[in-house]
Ligand binder design. Structure first.
Ligand SMILES: *[C@@H]1O[C@H](CO)[C@@H](O)[C@H](O)[C@H]1NC(C)=O
Ligand SMILES: *[C@@H]1O[C@H](CO)[C@@H](O)[C@H](O)[C@H]1NC(C)=O
Ligand SMILES: *[C@@H]1O[C@H](CO)[C@@H](O)[C@H](O)[C@H]1NC(C)=O
Ligand SMILES: *[C@@H]1O[C@H](CO)[C@@H](O)[C@H](O)[C@H]1NC(C)=O
Length: 250
């Protein structure tokens, strides 16, 4: 009896040593499947090798749109642009992918708000939501992504004020043109941005000198029609920002 147990133990140790690295966590696989179902993939599921089901592994079965780490174990990127996805983006699910660095859903038909659970995506560096039908206010928690570098929110139906992004210290570019944001131009670490646009929204209120000083080595401020345009350049690149009627320089 005692001997049998030791043999069993030896076998277990032997098995553990030989077994390959564990595949992606089942809990994460389930969260990914829920995330995709909420996006209503419809006929896209007929793409050969689509995956996105609980009976396969996202990395070894190479689900459409996913990239894994170099050991092919953990999902690191989700790029599902132009797939005619039309549901909602459930951040609560996708942020369970603990190694997620890139989330890109450009040019789909995704609607509804960005939920506050977005801040669970702690490792996210790139967020691309351009060209969808997102609505509503950005949650304050969107500024609580400590690793984010690039954020593209252009061409959606976002409304309300932009939150204070000055705590998002690693941000390098922020594009949110063609939305319906209102209120004042938000705080950012403008001096470190290499790309920025909030053009064609309904910003108003004073354009502070502080912002101008930060954004610019060279600034041209002009009023065209009933809106203001700021044209500035730094790092030998040129940028344009525009807003609506009520803005004045203070
Ligand atoms: C799950 O996805 C894999 C990879 O695309 C595929 O081979 C398999 O048939 C799918 N299983 C089900 C039940 O759809
Ligand atoms: C996109 O989705 C809509 C609604 O599900 C559908 O009517 C349309 O045919 C789809 N377009 C393509 C190109 O799959
Ligand atoms: C969004 O949906 C509309 C209507 O179903 C469709 O015409 C359009 O192609 C879709 N856009 C994308 C990017 O899939
Ligand atoms: C800005 O607000 C005006 C007046 O409320 C409205 O007519 C216009 O469509 C808005 N522009 C955008 C880009 O939402």
């Amino acid at each position: 009896m005692y001997q049998n147990q030791s043999i069993l133990r030896v076998f277990i140790v032997f098995f553990l040593l030989l077994s390959p690295a564990k595949p992606e966590d089942q809990r994460i696989i389930q969260a990914l499947v829920v995330f995709m179902n909420k996006l209503v993939p419809g006929p896209m599921q007929n793409i050969p090798g689509w995956g996105w089901n609980t009976s396969s592994d996202p990395c070894t079965s190479k689900w459409v749109g996913l990239t894994c780490d170099k050991d092919n174990i953990r999902v690191t990127k989700i790029v599902i642009d132009k797939l005619n996805l039309s549901g909602t983006l459930e951040f609560e699910s996708v942020c369970k992918v603990s190694n997620l660095l890139v989330l890109s859903v450009n040019f789909n038909n995704i609607t509804e708000n960005i939920q506050q659970e977005i801040s669970n995506c702690k490792r996210l560096t790139h967020l691309y939501l351009t060209g969808n039908k997102f609505l509503g206010h950005l949650p304050d928690s969107i500024t609580d992504l400590p690793n984010v570098k690039r954020m593209f929110l252009s061409n959606n139906g976002f409304t309300g004020q932009l939150p204070d992004f000055s705590r998002t210290t690693g941000m390098l570019s922020f594009f949110a043109q063609n939305n319906r944001f209102t209120g004042q131009l938000p705080r950012f670490n403008y001096h470190q941005l290499d790309g920025f646009s909030v053009a064609n929204s309904n910003f108003s209120g004073p354009m502070t000198r502080a912002i101008l000083m930060q954004v610019a080595l060279r600034v041209t401020l002009s009023y065209v029609g009933r809106s203001w345009h700021i044209h500035f350049s730094f790092s030998s690149k040129e940028y344009r920002v525009s807003g609506s009627v009520n803005t004045r320089l203070t």
